[in-house]
Every structure is written in C-alpha cells, then in structure tokens.
Ligand binder design. Structure first.
Ligand code: SAM
Length: 286
C-alpha cells in the first residue's frame, strides 16, 4: 500500500481537482500543508495503544493518518459529504479508521464511544473548524467522556482558554475550561501551514479533564455568577452582578464582602475559588 503525502501540495491539488472539490469557508476548511504540523499535534495528543481517538473534521485526512499510526482506533466525524469519497481514497490503507458522516454538534457522543471505542480510553484530537470552536470545546468538556482533548484553534481563543485571572485574555470561557481541567497552550502554527491560509495564527491547546474543583458547591449557580461577573466588562463586579441577579445592590454588596472581596473589584480579577465563594454567599439570598 502506498500512502499519499497528504500535506504535499503536488499531491493535494490533483487529488482535490480529480474530485471536483471546492473549499467551503462556512465549514472552516483550512487544510494542513506542512507535514510537521499533524505529526506534532498527534504526538502532543498522547494518543497511543489503548486509546480511541475522536477526530472532528478530518478534511482529506493528514491528522487522521498520524493518529491512526499511534492509537488503536480513530473515529473521524466529517460534515462535508464532498470529502467522503476523498477520505475513502486517502485512508484506504488504515484499517483502524472509521469515517462518520455528520455534524459533531448533533452526535450522540456516548453512543459513538460505545460503538467505536469499546474497551479503549477515549480522547479527542482535531484541527477544529474555527466557526464552532467554543461550542464544540464546551460540548466535549461537559460530556465528561474524554481523558484528553488536544485541538488546534485560533491562537486568540487558545490564549483565552489558558489565561490567568487578571490578564487581558481572561474571561468566562477561561473559567469554564479551567473548571473542567488543566489547560496548556502547546505551540503556535503559522498561517502559511494551511490551504487556504487563514487570516490569523493558530495554536494547539491540550485540555486534560480533572474532577471538578471541590470549592464549587452548586455548578449551575457558579456558572451563572461567572457569566454575570463578565457580562459588563468595564463595570465593577457589583454593577455587573446587579444586572444579572434579581437581588438588591445592598444584598450583592454584602455577598461580595462576605466572600472576602473588595467592594470595587472587577469580575476579571476573580479565580475559581473566589467565584465559588461568591456563589455560596449569593445562594443564601436567593
Ligand atoms: N483535519 C483537516 C486538516 O487538518 O487538514 C481539516 C481541518 S479543517 C480546519 C476543519 C474540518 O472540519 C473540515 O474538513 C470541515 O469540513 C469539517 N467540519 C466543519 N464543521 C463540522 C462539523 N460541524 N462537524 C464535523 N466536521 C466539521
């Protein structure tokens, strides 16, 4: 079996032309054209024997092939039906890959894992379509199904995911990702590594799910406080929370003080323990 080099422009262009393929911007189609990138992403994912890897958006399959060399099984979900005949050709020699046509956001993930990864430890590795980055990462983290999630995304979003309290990139999405586990920004990938080249630099992040922080006692209320705390960015925490909760300013000011926080603090300075303490205090008034 001779495998195509799926990052070589001299092989990609005739392949796409033969199948009459046209890139779709709305599906976030930016394919890798530098072979070190899928190699390094697959290596960073930690995929190996005993793992079943869910890949989102295989494109023409360069990352799929790297994952299939390492893991016991790869299930690759692709929304664009025009890519299916191409994948059938490029992945023909990989007997541990199943391509699943469909939208990752509409999948029954527990069923997929049961069917595809029986006896294996499931993880995710993908070069994500930029238009669904936040919802898909949220879905994967909330599912609690994966031992690691390694994804290439826009660098700006990667920085938000890994940002520390008080930094300019820190926001509600940083708290969400850090609530579910460890976040690591691994390496940048320049625009020139893609066809077509996107407008911005990309970066690879690894999210390693951990048990939820013990300081959070009511998850739903905790995230309500986090969202409220960030909703009005240039306002104090007190003003932001007044807009988000049906409580008097006096009650909220007392909750902020009881949580041990300064009266004029802004939401972006709070880490998970501070948001958790505040949620506990607010709960007493609801
Ligand atoms: N993995 C390939 C690579 O690295 O060259 C392609 C990555 S490209 C950034 C994103 C891929 O996700 C495309 O193949 C696109 O068709 C697919 N895609 C977009 N939206 C999707 C969705 N909702 N579910 C599954 N795949 C999707």
């Amino acid at each position: 079996m001779v495998f195509l080099n799926l990052c070589d422009m001299n092989e990609i262009k005739p392949l796409l032309a033969r199948h009459g393929f046209h890139f779709s911007k709305s599906l976030g189609q930016n394919f890798l054209i530098e072979s070190w990138v899928p190699q390094d992403i697959a290596a960073a994912s930690g995929a190996g024997p005993g793992n079943g890897v869910l890949e989102i958006g295989p494109g023409i399959g360069p990352l799929t092939a790297e994952l299939a060399k390492r893991a016991d099984k790869v299930a690759a979900v692709e929304l664009d039906r025009n890519l299916l005949p191409i994948l059938a050709e490029t992945l023909a020699g990989f007997y541990n890959v199943t391509v699943i046509p469909g939208d990752v956001m509409k999948l029954d993930l527990p069923a997929l894992i049961g069917e595809q990864f029986s006896g294996l430890s499931p993880m995710v590795c993908a070069n994500l379509p930029y238009n669904i980055t936040t919802p898909v990462i949220t879905l994967l983290l909330e599912s609690g199904l994966f031992s690691a999630i390694t994804v290439m995304i826009q660098k700006e979003v990667a920085q938000r995911i890994c940002a520390a309290p008080g930094s300019k990139d820190y926001g509600a999405f940083s708290v969400l990702c850090q609530y579910y586990g460890k976040t690591e920004l691994l390496f940048d990938v320049p625009r020139e590594c893609f066809l077509p080249a996107p407008k911005v630099t990309s970066a690879v992040v690894r999210l390693t799910p951990c048990p939820p922080p013990k300081c959070v006692h009511d998850r739903e209320l905790f995230f309500q406080v986090v969202r409220g705390g960030f909703a009005l960015r240039r306002k104090t925490l007190l003003n932001a929370l007044s807009a988000a909760f049906p409580l008097s300013k006096e009650a909220l000011a007392a909750a902020i003080a009881a949580a041990g926080l300064p009266a004029d603090i802004r939401g972006e300075r709070l880490g998970i323990p501070e948001f958790a303490r505040l949620a506990d205090e607010i709960k007493k008034d609801l």
